[in-house]
Design a binder for this molecule. Structure first.
Ligand SMILES: [Zn+2]
Length: 135
């Protein structure tokens, strides 16, 4: 997509600090990091979100994520990470080109677990919710 910043990064039209690159993916330092080493993994081609990512790229995607984590871990002496995707606007996806966050975690970094991103405990029972999902 012509105006997509991540497509431009994938085509090397916008310079970023690359952590790892593979045939179809690139990981680079986020310009608005939430933690030292906070990186994004993106496919070079445009996919709107996680659900639309080509499954034929799944293994390469997992591999570059793992390599990114290991490289950041070695360089910054980080052993722990929060990994995640903001899938859709309500979840905070600001750029509609799939991107995966790799966020190194450090002692006393004032962050929480992934459970701390939403507080919307359901009124219905888990069984009622399950019956809606499994129709
Ligand atoms: Zn794009």
């Amino acid at each position: 997509m012509p105006d997509c910043i991540f497509c431009k990064i994938g085509k090397k039209e916008v310079k970023v600090l690359i952590v790892v690159e593979s045939e179809n993916f690139i990981s680079f330092l986020d310009v608005q990091p939430r933690s030292p080493g906070h990186s994004l993994v993106i496919p070079k081609r445009h996919f709107d979100n996680f659900v639309s990512l080509d499954l034929n790229l799944a293994q390469e995607f997992v591999k570059i994520c793992q390599e990114t984590i290991k490289k950041i871990g070695r360089g910054l002496n980080a052993n722990d990470f929060t990994l995640g995707v903001n899938e859709g606007e309500l979840a905070g996806q600001a750029i509609h080109h799939f991107h995966f966050h790799v966020i190194p975690r450090f002692k006393h970094d004032r962050g929480g677990s992934i459970h701390s991103v939403v507080f919307n405990e359901p009124v219905e029972s888990v069984e009622e919710i399950y019956s809606k999902i499994i129709k």
